[in-house]
Structure formats: structure tokens, C-alpha cells
Design a protein around this ligand. Structure first.
Ligand code: BEZ
Ligand code: FE
Length: 287
């Protein structure tokens, strides 16, 4: 007969979970049990607190659907998502660093040409973001598809608008023979993460800022190179020092230069003031 005590329950549970057939699953589960038990012991978890946590997890599952990933948001605000990204993308220091994907990427964005507008006349200051896609030695990478998405001037992504069913502020651009790319959009604004669910409920009980600094998301999945998921942030933007999902890295902060009406980098022209930002993406070869 196995007599359970507060002192031996951790070893007993670890022994059980160590029987998982897949050795990696056994490693993950036994470590999880040890850390969970240590946590409960350290804080002397009460039954009421345990129940509150279970109910919070229930609500987190219940509010999640194909457009809303409250568990991923939980991982993001705990800093776990960025930790996992950093551990799994220890790239060459010359390569563009990776960040979190976030919950708002949508597959199948329209393909646009060099300098074409992905903002469909939505309000905001025009922003031309351009540069070169290269490998670690600065050799241009032609044909690289840049899958790009951002929030609108209300701080909302396409999937947060129930009434929008065409592509909104997202597009794919392809680098040219010399590796150059150019996108035209409107300057993004900072925005709040969704605060109407269990994550917001917890955050509102702290002094944590629930904002993200202005940014544009990029996904580059180029054959022969490590896939790159990242963002570019606007230099001087609010919340750069307090990004609620810990996504900001110095290398990803770019300057927006204010330009007068006139010629734009795609060879066209703007009749209103616009911003110009330059960024060269550096890809890490695979393997
Ligand atoms: C985003 O930048 O789209 C995002 C990332 C993590 C959590 C919420 C939003
Ligand atoms: Fe975002």
C-alpha cells in the first residue's frame, strides 16, 4: 500500500509520469509535476486559490475560438512566448531577430507589387517601408516573400472586425532580383491587447501597461533559410519600454523620417506628407 504524505507525493507523482512511453513526454511531465508542486509549496496554495485558478483556466478556454487564442495571450503576457522564441531562434548576431507571431496573422494575404498600397485608403499617414532582403554576408535574396500585417487606426486587426471580410492591412510583397522590397501602408499606432477576457481581468489587477508599441508584423518563409517571424517598431513610439508581450528588441526599432509631398521610393509620388522607413532583413541560412 502506498501511503501518501505531503513529503512523498511529489516523488510518487513523478514516478508515475516517468512511465510515459515517449522519453521527451516523460521529461516534460515529470519536470512539470516537480515545478507545480514546488510552486504550491512555496506559496502555500489554499483551496480557494486553487479553485479560482481552475475557474480562470475554464474561462480562458471558454472565450477562445478560431479567432481568439486566450491561452496564447496568457503565454504572451507571462513572457513565456518570447522566452520560447528566444531559446529556439538563437540566430547569428547579424541576422534579424525573431519575435512572437501573435494571434492576428491570417493566411492567404493578397500578393502586391513593389510599392503597392496595402492600406486600401484607410485613415493614417502614408508609410513607405523599404530595404533589402539579404543573407548573412549581405548577398541579396531575390524572390523572398514578405507576409505583412498590422492593426488599423482603431488598434484593431482584421479578425477583430466582425463585419470585415476582405483583406485589411495585410499583404505579401516579393523581393526583386536585387533583393529590394517596398511596401506602402499607413503608419501603425500603438494598441491595447484584448482586455475583455480573463487575461485583461488579471492585468487590470496590476500596474502592468496593456499596450503594445506601434509595429508592423513580418513573416519571411524563404526556402533555404530559417523562417523569420518578427516585427518592426517605430523609433520613439509610446510603450517601447513596456510592451505587454515583451516583443521589443533594439535591432527591430526603425526610424520614421517625415517627408514632404513629392517623389516616393517606389518611383511614384505622394501629394500628402508621408513617412519613410528603411530596414534590411538579414536571413539566417538553414542548418
Ligand atoms: C500582436 O502584436 O499582434 C500581438 C502579439 C501578442 C499578443 C497580442 C497581440
Ligand atoms: Fe500586433
Amino acid at each position: 500500500m502506498q501511503l501518501v504524505t505531503e513529503d512523498n507525493i511529489t516523488d510518487l507523482a513523478v514516478q508515475r509520469w516517468a512511465t510515459a512511453e515517449d522519453p521527451r513526454l516523460a521529461e516534460l511531465m515529470t519536470a512539470l509535476v516537480r515545478h507545480l508542486h514546488d510552486f504550491a509549496r512555496e506559496v502555500r496554495l489554499t483551496e480557494a486559490e486553487w479553485m479560482a485558478a481552475i475557474q480562470w483556466l475554464n474561462r480562458t478556454g471558454q472565450i477562445s475560438n478560431e479567432k481568439r487564442e486566450e491561452f496564447i495571450l496568457t503565454s504572451d503576457v507571462l513572457g513565456l512566448s518570447m522566452l520560447v522564441v528566444q531559446m529556439n531562434h538563437a540566430l547569428d548576431p547579424r541576422a534579424t531577430p525573431a519575435t512572437v507571431l501573435g494571434p492576428f496573422h491570417i493566411e492567404g494575404s493578397p500578393q502586391l507589387g513593389y510599392g503597392e498600397d496595402m492600406s486600401q485608403g484607410l485613415p493614417g499617414t502614408p508609410l513607405y517601408l523599404h530595404g533589402v532582403v539579404t543573407d548573412l554576408d549581405g548577398t541579396p535574396v531575390p524572390g523572398a516573400v514578405l507576409d505583412i500585417w498590422q492593426a488599423d487606426n482603431e488598434g484593431l486587426y482584421e479578425s477583430q472586425h466582425a463585419d470585415v471580410d476582405e483583406a485589411r492591412l495585410r499583404a505579401k510583397y516579393t523581393s526583386r532580383e536585387d533583393g529590394t522590397y517596398c511596401l506602402r501602408t499607413v503608419a501603425p499606432l500603438g494598441y491595447t491587447i484584448p482586455m475583455d477576457g480573463p487575461v485583461g481581468e488579471l492585468i487590470s489587477r496590476t500596474e502592468i501597461s496593456h499596450f503594445r508599441p506601434a509595429h508592423v508584423h513580418f513573416l519571411l518563409n524563404v526556402p533555404g533559410y530559417e523562417p523569420l517571424i518578427t516585427h518592426l517598431f517605430q523609433e520613439g513610439a509610446d510603450y517601447l519600454d513596456s510592451d505587454v508581450v515583451f516583443g521589443v528588441k533594439a535591432e527591430l526599432v526603425v526610424r520614421y523620417d517625415q517627408r514632404e509631398p513629392g517623389p516616393t521610393p517606389d518611383g511614384g509620388s505622394s501629394d500628402v506628407p508621408w513617412f519613410e522607413a528603411r530596414y534590411d532583413f538579414v536571413l539566417q541560412p538553414q542548418g
